[in-house]
Write a protein that binds this ligand. Sequence first.
Ligand SMILES: [Zn+2]
Length: 363
Amino acid sequence: MKFPYFKKQLSLIPYGEKLSIGATPDFALEITDQSGLVYDILCNCNGINTIGDIYNKLKYKYNDLDIEEVIDITDRLSSYPLILEDYALTVESSLTPREIERHSRTMNFLSNFDYLGTEKVNYMKKIISSNVLIIGLGGVGSSLAMNLAALGVQKLYGVDFDKVDLSNLNRQLLYSESDVGCLKSEAAKKKLDMFDSSIQFTTFQLEITCMEDVETLIKEYNIDFVFCAADQPSIWIYKWINEACLNTQTAWIYGGNSEASSYFQTIIPKETSCFNCRELNLKEFSTEGYLKYTEVKNHGYATQNNCLAATSSCITSFMIFDFIRYITKFETPRVINQLFTLDYRDYTISYLPVKKNQMCNCR
Ligand SMILES: [Zn+2]
């Protein structure tokens, strides 16, 4: 390890003759550190000091200290997951100084999933360079746009045809009172431009009415990932996006709020089941369920919105984590081949299986 770096997000607590590293109960490492040497070494693992520098700083405090002992301790600590990383590797990147500062805390978070710290910069670069389309800039869409912008996605695209209404302000965090009556596509752009001037947020005042509308956007803007945060027209919006994403092999997530719960599913074409599989499974296994579904598909039956900024933010968090998993590839998205639901009445999380249907063209 050339420039050992102690992951600053971990707590470091010397107590009695022990040293506790990390606060999470199932992770915290408790080691005996009678002299305090391990603590002092970790305090000096700042990504700038070499092992030799650390030895030179501590040799007067610990009279019989040998450089081999410092090497041994740093080696042993780096064999534990997620404590030390080699800063020499993480700084060898094409991130600009602004990006490193702007996203340092995000990279701290990402390093929780990266044992030696060699990947967090690559994860960050993948997030920064992804092209993400959000369909619907209402409650969930607002929360997605703000979260993705804060996360570091630099090329965001948003679609909405509606205007801001006073009743939207209970949940649509992109908008303010001064935006009432304005187009959401314009007000959303104004907000994100103020939030981070480096983001290219392209918005479209557009009502999605067919699969081709979505496919055109994906192709024209090289979209890597689609979030569907629109729920109208009921079912059809998901069907159109499903088909467009299948045609272009684009991963996507649909999600939203329904009565006292929120839901979402992550779909990766060719790999996972899709929204059409869900429809075909219903047709195959539930006569009544399919009858009701067909009724909604044919006639809509839209209800008045009943969600909060909090419920939209809550489901958005899970959707964003599945997006991070997919884009960085550090792990497979969690909510594939199933529908995730979160019930606010008792905080129950459920997973409804959505198997691949043999008749579906997503295979
Ligand atoms: Zn399918």
